[in-house]
Design a protein around this ligand. Sequence first.
Ligand SMILES: Nc1ncnc2c1ncn2[C@@H]1O[C@H](COP(=O)(O)OP(=O)(O)OP(=O)(O)O)[C@@H](O)[C@H]1O
Length: 776
Amino acid sequence: MTQDPVWQEEKKRLGHVLERIQEEIKRTEALSEERLTTVAEARKDFWSDISVNLSNRDDIMETYAAITQQSMMLGGQERSLQHAEDNRYRLLRMYNSPYFGRIDFTEDGTDDTQQIYIGIGSVLDEETQTYWVYDWRAPVSSLFYDYPPGPASYKTPAGTIDGQLELKRQYMIRGGELKALFDTGVTIGDEVLQEILGGHADDRMKSIVATIQSEQNRIIRDDTHPVLIVQGAAGSGKTSVALQRVAYLMYKHRQTLHADNMVLFSPNALFNSYVASVLPELGEANMQQTTYQEYLRLRLSRQFEVEDAYDQIETLLGLSPEDSDYELRTASIRFKSSRAYIEVIERYAKRLEKEGMLFQDLIFRGRVLISRERMAEEFYRLDPGLKLSNKLHLLKEWLLKELKELAKLERRKSWVKKEIELLDKEDYQRAYNALQKQAGEREVAFDDAQQEALLLAKFVVHERFKSLRSRIKALRFVSGALLYKQMLSDESWTADDATLSLPGEWDAVRLWTLERMEAGQLPYEDATPLLYLTGLMEGFHSYNAVRHVLIDEAQDYSAFQLAFLRRLFPRARMTLLGDFNQAIYAHTHGGGDTADTGYGVVYDLFGKDQVELIRLVRSYRSTRNIVDFTLKILPAGEPVEAFNRSGEDPRILQVKDTDELHRVIAQEVARLREKGQQSIAVICKTASEARSANDALSSLLQTELITKDTRIFPEGVLVLPAYLAKGLEFDAVIVYNASGKRYGNDNERKLLYTACTRAMHQLTVCAVGSVSPLLD
Ligand SMILES: Nc1ncnc2c1ncn2[C@@H]1O[C@H](COP(=O)(O)OP(=O)(O)OP(=O)(O)O)[C@@H](O)[C@H]1O
């Protein structure tokens, strides 16, 4: 190989590119240093360039303006420092592996064949103004991912360019050394992909830019559809694609789109840390990451103990489908997650425009200042044609005005006089400053005793009314929770409306919900409807700056939640990535593209022509042996194809009791380690099973229990419930106890499938007694 002229030529070129990168590194290092000095100096001198003068209003304003200007300048300098640092980091990574692909392309009508080398970023020769390396996101780079040698075309902002792809080559360059090169055909070389997929899983997800497959590239670069739905098999690269898509969009729209304008919803906090390093590895800042649960907690945890999705699933998994509690709970979840329930909430909000609105008295010093009845009277005096939220905002304005009038009356009350007597010197100064602020340009003077008393009374009342004013501004004179409860308890309104479609169990469900809410608990399935009703009443707290929302594990979101997210991000494009084979929550059972519980709502919300559905059927994570095994669990599931990588067949280990189970698992871990497997997980059905399994196994092995609160990956053999393993992968997976008793019914099928599909190289399924019929 080393004598091969192609190899020699490539090696020589690599040398040149490395030199060029080295120069660039030096340049960015110097630039970083220079910018660091500028920032350090600007921080040190921050106050010396500002003359602080607070003697009067004009001086205060001037000081404030100077501080603002200085902070803006410092902010700009800090950003350019960060930019230089990101650039330096990317170049250092490129020094290790400057490019991974090459295409030779001849544009139609010319006979000039261009050699395009592709890497994680571009390298420009400033003298010749030619690129040594093109960024993988450049328009021309898509040829590498999309075509085999032959006729090919790519899109540019100016139009489509057609031509001939003469050559497609892949490189493995590590530590700046050329290790291998392959000329490839249709797909991006199996050799490289085989090597990558055969590697070990670790606590961080890796970027896949060198081996993006053409079906994945289509998703990454889709910039025309407001909504993109990706239905992809387990391990087909949905999460990877989502992250590369963020990097692509930030590159393509770098003038207008920043990390802050993109949000990724992940299944849990551990997953957040698992994917957090992909974008920085590509030299991009991370988008915002959150979980749906986190949002619910933020909005509702002050009022309720909010159940989370995990507690909900844990409760259901602990019940038998024959239990009446199970029936009631699943009925509650199904209905409250559906589009029919959105309709119920919307109709109720409509009704509130005409009648039934509840308010809370405005109380001051134990007295009702403005009663709820007065508020209702005023509210229903407003134009009946107005929307609920508009009316509420008008009522807020009215209340603030009313409060102003009441404040005038209050100044004469005896408590005010007493408080004035207790004021000290500092209070006087504050009173003066506050009154001056209110008076604006006019001069405030305490020049006679009567006027002084009047001004001080004004100050005292103003201060004491502060909290009332903020209550009104924050709309705390209404409560979404109270209205939601009223909606559940009032039978008359549903009886009035015969067109509402309510399930047979509605009465039992609403009474059960009321009971829970009275006890201060909010079931998971009620959290979104409650926020939706609150939003219809108050107006939605929407995030208008967000332009792209990516939802991973989208099959876990109910129709109701998706509709709510649309309200939260009204200006965003959506990318939904999911797999109905892994729909393990009760509200998604029986989901599909058009079912009530599936993405049907998305088509309705955005319009059919706005939505593109792309399927990914090829699974890259697991060996063919594991994929074939897991497919048998889902005889009627979504289609899945295995990438051609073979390994050992999954093992089924049947034992007689739990003591033997733990011994066998410990032996299996030792065997897997001997075979070179590094990350090993024992996946249980529920959190409580995981806890007891961990207790028992920890005397035989070094294990770590993963709970819903775990935020970073610990060392050792991980023990976790299946629903927390979502989205993650391990070299080897041991399913803790897939006995007929533990996984007997159909609802548990997808859970077992999700657990088994976490394995990359080895899968072992243990069972105490009979093996689950789902594995027959
Ligand atoms: N084009 C690719 N090149 C290299 N590796 C890939 C490619 N596509 C996917 N993979 C690898 O396959 C594995 C699974 O990818 P990922 O986790 O993104 O799949 P997923 O569809 O989100 O899976 P799941 O739904 O099961 O969580 C990862 O290790 C990822 O790096």
